[in-house]
Each structure stands twice: as C-alpha cells, then as structure tokens.
Design a protein around this ligand. Structure first.
Ligand SMILES: NC(=O)c1ccc[n+]([C@@H]2O[C@H](COP(=O)([O-])OP(=O)(O)OC[C@H]3O[C@@H](n4cnc5c(N)ncnc54)[C@H](OP(=O)(O)O)[C@@H]3O)[C@@H](O)[C@H]2O)c1
Length: 226
C-alpha cells in the first residue's frame, strides 16, 4: 500500500486527511505536535511528534524515516493568525506575528520539501502537496489579512519553483486550496464542511498526472489564478 506523510495530522483538515488515507488502507505517517486527536482511529497510522517550525526536528525526522518511500507528502500544518487580533491590520501591524505566520506557513513547508525530497523521489506516486489558500492568490485578492495572504503567496511561489526544480526527479508539486472549511481556522460560518472538502482533495491528489505539476487547484479540481 502507498504511504502518505501529513503535517498537522491530528486536528482540522489534517486529521481528516489522516482518517481518509487510513480508511483507504494507506500507511499514514501522521506528524503532529500531539497525538491526542489520533486516538481511536483505525488503520496503519504512525504518529511522529513534530512542530514544523522546529527545522532541526524536521531534518531529524527525515533521517529517522530514511528507509521510507513517501508517495504523497502533504504539508498541511498552518496558522491563520490570532483570532480577534488586529496584528494583521494596516495601522497596527505586528512584525512578530508576521514572522510567526511566515515561519509556519511559508518556511516550514519548504524545509519539509527539502528534507523529504528523496523519500518522495523513491516512491511510486511522487507527489508533494502544499495546503495553500485562495487568500494567497494575487489575481483574486479582495484585501485584508496581510500576513496570512502573503505567507500563502510565498508558499505558492515556493511550490511553483519546486515544480520546476524537481521535475527531473518526476515529482509532481501541487498547491491546493481546500475551500473555506469549517475548522478551528475556517470558523463555523465557512461554506464547506470538512467532509465536503477533504474527500475532494484526496480525489484531486489521487488523480494527479505529470501534466498537473506546478498547478494551483482547489478541492473540486478547478484551477485558481496565481
Ligand atoms: N479551513 C479553511 O477554511 C482553510 C482555507 C484555506 C487554507 N487552509 C489551510 O489548510 C491547512 C489546515 O488548516 P485547518 O483549517 O485544518 O486549520 P486548523 O483547524 O486551525 O488546524 C491547524 C493545523 O495546523 C497544525 N499546526 C499549526 N502550527 C503548527 C506547528 N508549528 N507545527 C505543527 N503543526 C502545526 C495544528 O496542529 P496543533 O493541533 O498541534 O495545533 C493543526 O493540526 C492550513 O495550512 C490552512 O492555512 C484552511
């Protein structure tokens, strides 16, 4: 059976990715700061404690998993910024919050990609997926949320560069928007449930072909403007 590595695998969209792939019989390398959310899920699930902004720990984990072939790497862990905070508003911008959001949303996925490139390259499916957001789209921008938007724009550029650099290894790189989903981050008024979003994303990932390398898609497979 194929293997998937998921970051932020014990809560929100990441937890449902874990459930979906486990239900398909895949081996799931479930990376999360705490294993609490994984309790009771049946399947071939292996928890690895990981804070994605601990880049040394990312390298240590990659070395520990050096024997693994990882078919799908899903860089899912992310932060939206403190709720009810004005740290991302023009006039009260907080540089410390910019750094925190960029460390997790933009730098950590790239460090994951660097650390796990050979694990993915030796697999059958060879896919690297970054959970991006339409809020990172410059072509579809309606203002606000400076830090979160910019962190996802940076992530998109990184995945676009990876698509070019890793093409000779046969790796397919995809930036994927889950839709606006009812998680802790998306909030209760989001338009989609987790059950509508994640199975859609799994279907998109399952269907990826070499010609999809370097695309920016959403959960239903439709294209988004960069
Ligand atoms: N929900 C939406 O509407 C929406 C829309 C567009 C894009 N996205 C993207 O989808 C991804 C998942 O979002 P979500 O809605 O599931 O958010 P969520 O419910 O807030 O969950 C965030 C996840 O990221 C993990 N995480 C945060 N910082 C981390 C760190 N330093 N190290 C390891 N894990 C960390 C959390 O782990 P802990 O449990 O340890 O905190 C949790 O698993 C994010 O990249 C987000 O930007 C979401």
């Amino acid at each position: 059976m194929p293997t998937v590595l998921i970051t932020g695998a014990a809560r929100g969209l990441g937890l449902d990715f874990t459930k979906q792939y486990a239900a398909k019989g895949w081996k799931v390398l479930a990376c999360a700061r705490s294993a609490d959310g994984l309790k009771g899920i049946k399947g071939d699930i292996h928890h690895h404690a990981l804070d994605v902004s601990d880049y040394k720990a990312v390298k240590v984990l990659a070395a520990k998993l050096s024997g693994e072939a990882i078919d799908v790497l899903i860089c899912n862990a992310g932060v939206g910024g403190e709720r009810d905070s004005n740290a991302q508003d023009l006039g009260t911008l907080d540089p410390a919050e910019w750094r925190r959001i960029f460390e997790i949303n933009a730098l950590a996925p790239l460090m994951m990609a660097e650390a796990f490139v050979e694990h993915v390259a030796r697999s059958s499916q060879k896919k690297m997926v970054a959970l991006s957001s339409v809020l990172g789209s410059i072509g579809n921008n309606n203002g606000g949320r400076y830090f979160y938007r910019a962190s996802k724009t940076a992530l998109n550029m990184e995945w676009s560069v990876l698509a070019k650099d890793l093409e000779p290894k046969g790796i397919i790189c995809l930036a994927l928007h889950p839709g606006w989903v009812q998680t802790d981050m998306g909030g209760p008024t989001a338009t989609l449930t987790i059950e509508q979003s994640v199975p859609g994303m799994v279907k998109v990932i399952d269907g990826l072909k070499k010609s999809d390398n370097g695309r920016f898609l959403q959960y239903d497979g439709s294209e988004l403007p960069w």
